[in-house]
Design a protein around this ligand. Structure first.
Ligand code: GTP
Ligand code: MG
Ligand code: ZN
Length: 342
């Protein structure tokens, strides 16, 4: 009885502290290279584990069983060229209540450069057929990045109140992705979306202005994440989300609202041969082509092209693949050119 009640109290406290965290401002700098931050003392310090929920101006806000602890990173991280990321599972030592020093970053499931985040289970690709309209090519790049990094892609087509987006819905459900239609304005589809996210660490991605922050606010009104106004002239959303932060939802999911950007990582997506593996809907046709090294571009006896012609594979999916294939070829030429020049 008593334990249950204190457990409940602890949960409430963690929740309240997290709510406060949303408001925490810009407040300090990082420790200089190789120097322990002031106040750090190995004596009397205890080591704990937690997850970085927010990183701001050299401070890391780590959620652990004890609530949220404001940490600095050991100078060693910078010397080793290693940056702790939001989403990282970390070890930290506390000498003072509520203040700590990150001592170790535990093994990552995945990590991204832009936005800087780690350990994502589900990538929620938010799209819209209303202004700003999302191109299938962007969705296809993001799903490929998700697959490459061992994240499950979920396609969330928002602004259902303005446009039912039948075409986008058909393309992605036919391709076998978990696809949901939502409206942050009416609340439609929010339960279905939450069912897909339950228990996972999720990142919301997609072009600026599609409603990523609005969806989080609709799911959890207490967050009051800032939402941008669409500039009517440009038809584009203003970039309102500027830093990466994790939020814990009542349904148990942990979500990151990431700034609007057009491509998750700027790096090369895949080699030309590995690219096909990032399109799960192509899977059943691979291996059936006449040529073992078929690139599915215009080769005779290509099963992927046959499936596109027969309407079994979505044409826009193949078009995105072909575009990314071209890029992979260019990258290879650039790379071998650079090697020759050496
Ligand atoms: N009608 C309608 N408007 C929406 C919906 N979702 C978001 N909006 C509006 O679209 C605009 C942009 O929403 P945001 O939530 O800021 O979009 P975002 O994806 O977070 O944008 P960035 O932070 O720039 O990446 C705001 O004016 C929202 O009110 C929706 O479902 N229906
Ligand atoms: Mg936003
Ligand atoms: Zn082929």
């Amino acid at each position: 009885m008593v334990t249950e009640f204190s457990c409940f109290l602890l949960q409430r406290m963690v929740h309240m502290v997290l709510m406060d965290m949303v408001e925490v401002g810009n407040c300090g700098g990082a420790a200089p290279d190789g120097v322990e931050p002031p106040g750090f003392s190995a004596r009397g310090a205890s080591t704990e584990r937690g997850t970085i929920f927010k990183a701001l101006s050299g401070f890391y806000y780590v959620e652990s069983g004890e609530g949220v602890v404001e940490c600095r990173a050991r100078g060693r991280f910078r010397l080793e060229g290693m940056s702790p990321l939001v989403g990282d599972r970390v070890e930290f030592s506390t000498a003072e209540r509520g203040k700590g020093v990150l001592t170790q970053v535990l093994e990552r499931k995945n990590s991204f450069v832009r936005p800087p985040i780690a350990n994502i289970d589900i990538m929620v690709v938010v799209a819209s057929a209303a202004i700003p309209v999302t191109e299938p090519y962007l969705i296809d790049r993001l799903t490929a990045i998700a697959v490459k990094n061992n994240c499950e892609p979920v396609i969330c087509i928002n602004k259902l109140d303005l446009d039912p987006a039948d075409r986008l819905y058909d393309i992605y459900s036919a391709a076998g992705f978990s696809t949901v239609r939502t409206s942050a304005a009416t609340g439609e589809g929010m339960d279905e979306l939450q069912d897909m996210m339950r228990g996972a660490v999720c990142a919301f991605t997609g072009n600026s202005g599609v409603g990523k922050s609005s969806i989080l606010n609709a799911i959890e009104p207490g967050f009051r994440i800032s939402v941008g106004d669409i500039s009517k002239k440009l038809g584009r959303g203003r970039h309102t989300t500027r830093h990466v932060e994790l939020y814990r939802l009542t349904c148990g999911a942990v979500v990151a609202d990431t700034p609007g950007f057009s491509a998750f990582d700027p790096d090369r997506l895949a080699s030309k041969d590995a690219l096909q593996g990032l399109f799960p809907d192509f899977g059943q046709y691979l291996g059936g082509c006449r040529f073992l090294d078929c690139a599915h571009q215009k080769e005779p006896g290509c099963k992927v092209l046959e499936a596109v012609r027969a309407g079994k594979l979505q044409k826009t999916r193949w078009e995105s693949y072909a575009r990314l294939y071209e890029q992979a070829l260019e990258y290879k030429e650039w790379e071998s050119g650079a090697r020759k020049r050496k």
